[in-house]
Structures are given as structure tokens and as C-alpha cells.
Write a protein that binds this ligand. Structure first.
Ligand code: ADP
Ligand code: IPE
Length: 266
């Protein structure tokens, strides 16, 4: 089995302007691609979110609760195509930084049941890595046994791929410095957890009754997926992708402002 150096999620809040429809934050995307490259790690899996490409359309057509009627078809088409468009931008940035990126869209490689990821064909990721490609996947519409279709977050793909491929580390880039005791945008004095155990994360999840503000589950889902990955024994990093150099340091194993959730051996 191939050794995966890291699985990295490029958050939608980082690579797009969340308040501007269909707008890439090109400067940040290009810089993150450069940091990935400068890390010297060659076996990376990249997952990206939807930001202003995925969420506004998914919410507009009310896709988050599954199939309700034929008028949603145009919404499914529009949302998936918007994600493909963003994916193309991510591929371009990675290629410009020296990677050989290939896209593995969940619509064609995954299935859901009751809104949750049920199956993901992981072999193409393994084959791609073995041949020196960088597999890139993303939050997407996925067909669902019970609901017709679901929206599967990149955060959930991080967990499934981590479980299958056991990367050395899992990294979530976000637009804040890491995991805080409370939403730092609402509570500027909130405490940043620089290092936390999976149990501490579990407590925080119980305290944080964060209502989803996007189509997939917001920070609540991210904390849940980070908990699951740490429970597999893998270290999980949540780092600010808007601050130059931080992702690079995390990838190089150099101490930097962020949150690390220490993996616990199951
Ligand atoms: P992304 O779209 O990049 O995957 P999200 O928008 O889902 O990320 O989650 C990041 C956001 O979660 C931050 O902008 C932050 O304001 C919010 N947030 C809410 N509660 C917390 C918390 N306890 N710690 C960190 N961020 C939080
Ligand atoms: C969302 O994926 C995908 C769609 C809305 C189609 P994510 O849940 O991973 O996106 P971000 O990172 O929160 O923007």
C-alpha cells in the first residue's frame, strides 16, 4: 500500500470569497498550491470545499434535504457544474506549482445513504498516487439510496479517505487560526486550542450547538470529522490558510499557530 504523506482540505472559506458568488480567491489558492509544493511531500491527496461555488446554489435549490421534485434537477446540474468549475481552478493552480493533479469527482466515485457517505471507490486514489499523480476530490452532489441525492462535504471525504489510506497527517485549512472554544468571529476573545485531545474535542462538540449555516454542516461537521480521524490514531491539524506560510510549516512538521488534535490509538 502506498504511503500518503498528508491529506489536505482546502476549505471553501479559504479558496473562494464566501460572500461573492462563484469567485475564487486566486491569490490564496495559488499561494497554497506553492506551499504544498514547497513542502517537498510528493504523495498528497487534496480535497477542496465548495465555498461560494457550492453552497449558495445548493441552498437556493434546497438540495441539502435530498430529492423533492423535478425542478431541483437544474439545481443539481448547476451545483455540480459549479463544483467542476472550481475544481478546474484548483487543478490549474496545482499544475502551475509542479503537481500532476487529476480529478476524482465524488458524483462518479461515491454513493450516499440517508445523507451520509456510504461508499467511496478509493482504489483510483491509490493508483493515482502510485503513478505519481496528485488526486484531487471535492465536496459534491452524490446519489443517495434513500434521498435520491445528497451533498457530501469535503470534510466527510477527508474521514473516509483517511480511514482507507491512513495518511501521516490530516490537515484542514480554514479562515481562522484553528479550533476555538467558541466561534472566534462572534467572540473575538475566544480561546484557541493549540493542542487538544480527541476527548477534549468531543466535549467541545457537545458544547458547540452550532447550527449549520451552509449546505453541509459548517464547523459542527468539521469538528465531528476531525474527531473521527483523530480516533483512528492520526494527528489532525486545523490551520489558517489565509496566513502565508502556516500550511507549509504544518506540512514540514514545524511548530506554528494552529490546532493539532492528537491521534489516539484505537
Ligand atoms: P470551510 O468552509 O473553510 O470548510 P467552515 O466555514 O465550515 O470552513 O468553518 C470555518 C468557520 O467556522 C470559521 O470561519 C469560524 O468562524 C467558524 N467557527 C464556528 N465555531 C468555531 C470554533 N469553535 N472554532 C473555529 N471556528 C469556528
Ligand atoms: C460543499 O463542500 C459542496 C457543495 C456545497 C456542493 P464542503 O462542505 O466541503 O465546502 P466548504 O469547505 O464548507 O466550503
Amino acid at each position: 500500500m502506498v504511503t500518503v504523506d498528508a491529506i489536505v482540505k482546502l476549505g471553501g472559506s479559504v479558496i473562494t470569497f464566501k460572500d461573492r458568488p462563484l469567485t475564487v480567491n486566486q491569490e490564496v489558492l495559488d499561494r497554497l498550491a506553492e506551499e504544498l509544493s514547497a513542502s517537498g511531500l510528493s504523495r498528497l491527496i487534496i480535497v477542496h470545499g465548495g465555498g461560494s461555488f457550492g453552497h449558495p446554489l445548493a441552498l437556493k435549490y434546497r438540495l441539502q434535504d435530498g430529492y423533492k421534485g423535478p425542478e431541483q434537477r437544474e439545481g443539481v446540474v448547476a451545483t455540480h457544474r459549479a463544483m467542476l468549475k472550481l475544481n478546474e481552478e484548483v487543478l490549474k493552480a496545482l499544475e502551475n506549482s509542479g503537481f500532476k493533479p487529476i480529478s476524482i469527482p465524488p458524483l462518479a466515485s461515491a454513493l450516499a445513504s440517508s445523507g451520509r457517505l456510504k461508499r467511496l471507490l478509493h482504489e483510483p486514489f491509490v493508483k493515482a498516487l502510485e503513478l505519481g499523480f496528485t488526486p484531487v476530490t471535492f465536496g459534491d452532489i452524490v446519489f443517495d439510496d434513500t434521498r435520491g441525492f445528497s451533498i457530501i462535504s469535503g470534510d466527510s471525504l477527508m474521514t473516509e479517505l483517511s480511514s482507507r489510506l491512513r495518511p501521516s497527517k490530516a490537515v484542514f485549512t480554514v479562515d481562522v487560526d484553528g479550533i476555538y472554544a467558541e466561534d472566534p468571529k462572534l467572540h473575538p476573545d475566544a480561546k484557541l486550542f493549540e493542542e487538544m485531545t480527541a476527548d477534549e474535542l468531543l466535549n467541545l462538540m457537545e458544547e458547540t450547538r452550532s447550527r449549520p449555516v451552509d449546505a453541509t454542516g459548517g464547523i459542527g461537521l468539521k469538528l465531528k470529522e476531525a474527531y473521527k480521524i483523530a480516533s483512528m490514531g492520526l494527528d489532525v491539524y486545523v490551520v489558517n490558510g489565509l496566513k502565508p506560510g502556516r500550511l507549509l510549516k504544518v506540512l514540514k512538521g514545524v511548530r506554528v499557530k494552529c490546532t493539532v488534535v492528537k491521534g489516539v490509538k484505537p
